[in-house]
Structure formats: structure tokens, C-alpha cells
Design a protein around this ligand. Structure first.
Ligand code: SAM
Length: 283
């Protein structure tokens, strides 16, 4: 008998992976958490049936959410990460010796426990002494913080379910306040290839643009996410991701990456015309 995992990317498009077995299936207070062993993509984590991470392509997402802001400001010392229960973002951050503190706010402890047991490839650095994990809603956590962080990474689920509040104007305003005067915010920004995701992405970008003086969008190719074309939002009170890129200094660090490099950093901000039109951005 053949086993297949299928995610509906739209009402009319399905994406399927052949699976060897289900390793874990748990209902938490927030969502259904599962790990499957797929043949092509290794272990995969799903939340409420939506694919979050695969062993084969997680490096792309985690490289791009972390190294783009880090190469823009090499003085980042205090980081807040919201979501990120699989640990991949934390793994990449802990490769920087210069980072002193990482607060991670994950709403669901079950995700972290499951990933520690079944996805050590991403969860391997969650015990780093610089990492402090808080199990609560990121929306509430960030309300209490003022002028504390150099960088905030929003590594969340989609704009529905527990992740919904992380795409609101209130949340972006609170991130602005939680950042110091040179702070950077990066969030996963969905994709706009399929029509049904366009409005949510446009709304999120508009809200970020109204909150931060610098607000841009960059892209990566992630095979297992809907359409394979994924966007990230970059916002800052001070640093421009292109003008301030510290290309030489970042390369001197000798951090070996499988996807990110400083040439790709620059290229990732060059968006296709249809995305530029959606964002209302002209050259
Ligand atoms: N890379 C993934 C993607 O884009 O599909 C995201 C993966 S990570 C597992 C997302 C995490 O965000 C989940 O573990 C989820 O529990 C967490 N999350 C969702 N809403 C949250 C909230 N309001 N506060 C904190 N964490 C939240």
C-alpha cells in the first residue's frame, strides 16, 4: 500500500509527497502536530495538516530569514524570535558568536517537544545558553517590550489560526516599539503566486510600510511551499538591506551556508514584475 501526504495549495491544486510512515501525531491545545517520514524530503513537520518544515529544503527558509538581516547589521546582539518552534531559525542565529541573547516566544510547547524528539536537524540548538524560550502568544509578549531588541524575526504560521494576530497593524506597531532605534524586523511574508494569498500579503506589506521608514520584500525559492516562490518582509528604522549590506565583513566570518550568499542577498530584493505591481512599487 502506498502512503501519500497531500496539502491543498489552492482549491484546485494539490501537492503530494510519498511517505514511508507517520512518526508522531498529537493534538495540542492550539493545533494538530505531526511528523511524517517522506521519501524525497526526509522528515516533515505539519501543523493542522499544513507543511511547515522538511529536512531537505528547510535550509533555504532558515538561511534567508536569518542571514539577510544579520549581514545587514553585524552588531546585532539581542534578538527576539516569534514562533520558530522547529528550531531552524535558532540554529542559524546561534552560529553568530556576536549574538548575546535570543528570546524565543512560541505559543505551543508541543511543537518544540516534538521537534526535539523527531527533528534534531532543526531543533539542535534550542539548548544553547543564550536561548530563552517563553511559551506564550507572541502578540502579547511583544506588547510588554520597549526599545529592547536589535532584531525581531517572525517565523510564524500563516495568517489564520494562532498566527493570525502576527499579521496585524497592532503587532507591527508593538514590534516597532520593542526594537531599538536601529532595529530590524523580518517576517515570513507568504507567497502571492496564487490569487487567494495576494490580499493578505498586500495588507501585511501596507501595514509594515505605514509603521517603518524602510520596508522591502525579498524572495526565495522553497520547493515545498505553495508555488515554490516565497516572500519575506524586511523592515527597519535605520538599516537599508542593500545600501548597508556588509558584504566583505560577513564573508570574513566564514559562515558556511547552503543557500545564502551575499550576491544572492542583493538579488533576492529584485522582485518579479507581478509582485512589484502587487506591492505597488515602481523602480
Ligand atoms: N517555517 C514555517 C513556515 O513558514 O511554514 C514556520 C514554522 S514554525 C513551526 C511556526 C510556529 O509559529 C509554530 O510552531 C506555531 O506554534 C508558532 N506560532 C503560531 N502563532 C503564534 C503566536 N501567536 N505566538 C507565538 N508562536 C506562534
Amino acid at each position: 500500500m502506498e502512503l501519500w501526504y497531500t496539502e491543498n495549495h489552492t482549491e484546485h491544486v494539490r501537492f503530494s509527497l510519498k511517505v514511508k510512515e507517520q512518526l508522531c501525531s498529537k493534538q495540542s491545545d492550539f493545533q494538530h502536530v505531526a511528523v511524517l517520514e517522506s521519501i524525497e524530503f526526509g522528515r516533515i513537520l505539519t501543523l493542522d495538516g499544513y507543511l511547515m518544515v522538511t529536512e531537505k529544503d528547510e535550509f533555504i527558509y532558515h538561511d534567508m530569514i536569518v542571514h539577510v538581516p544579520m549581514a545587514t547589521n553585524l552588531d546585532i546582539k539581542k534578538v527576539l524570535v516569534i514562533g520558530a518552534g522547529d528550531g531552524g531559525t535558532i540554529r542559524e542565529l546561534t552560529r553568530y558568536k556576536s549574538i548575546e541573547l535570543i528570546d524565543m516566544v512560541e505559543i505551543d510547547s508541543v511543537v518544540v517537544d516534538v521537534c526535539k524528539e523527531f527533528l534534531p536537524q532543526t531543533a539542535c540548538s534550542l539548548d544553547d545558553p543564550r536561548v530563552h524560550i517563553y511559551y506564550e502568544d507572541g502578540l502579547k509578549f511583544v506588547r510588554r517590550k520597549v526599545n529592547e531588541y536589535d532584531l525581531i524575526l517572525v517565523d510564524s504560521t500563516d495568517p489564520f489560526g494562532p498566527g493570525e494576530g502576527l499579521f496585524t497593524k497592532e503587532f507591527y506597531g508593538n514590534c516597532y516599539n520593542a526594537l531599538n532605534d536601529k532595529g530590524i524586523l523580518v517576517n515570513q511574508h507568504e507567497s502571492t503566486y496564487y490569487d487567494e494569498y495576494v490580499e493578505a500579503m498586500k495588507r501585511a506589506h501596507q501595514r509594515i510600510k505605514e509603521t517603518f521608514p524602510i520596508a522591502k520584500v525579498y524572495q526565495a525559492h522553497i520547493p515545498t511551499y505553495p508555488s515554490g516562490h516565497w516572500l519575506f518582509g524586511y523592515a527597519s528604522k535605520h538599516y537599508d538591506p542593500l545600501a548597508d549590506l556588509q558584504e566583505e565583513k560577513w564573508n570574513e566570518l566564514g559562515i558556511k551556508t547552503k543557500y545564502y550568499n551575499t550576491k544572492l542577498h542583493v538579488g533576492s530584493f529584485a522582485l518579479p514584475n507581478y509582485v512589484k505591481e502587487q506591492l505597488n512599487e515602481q523602480e
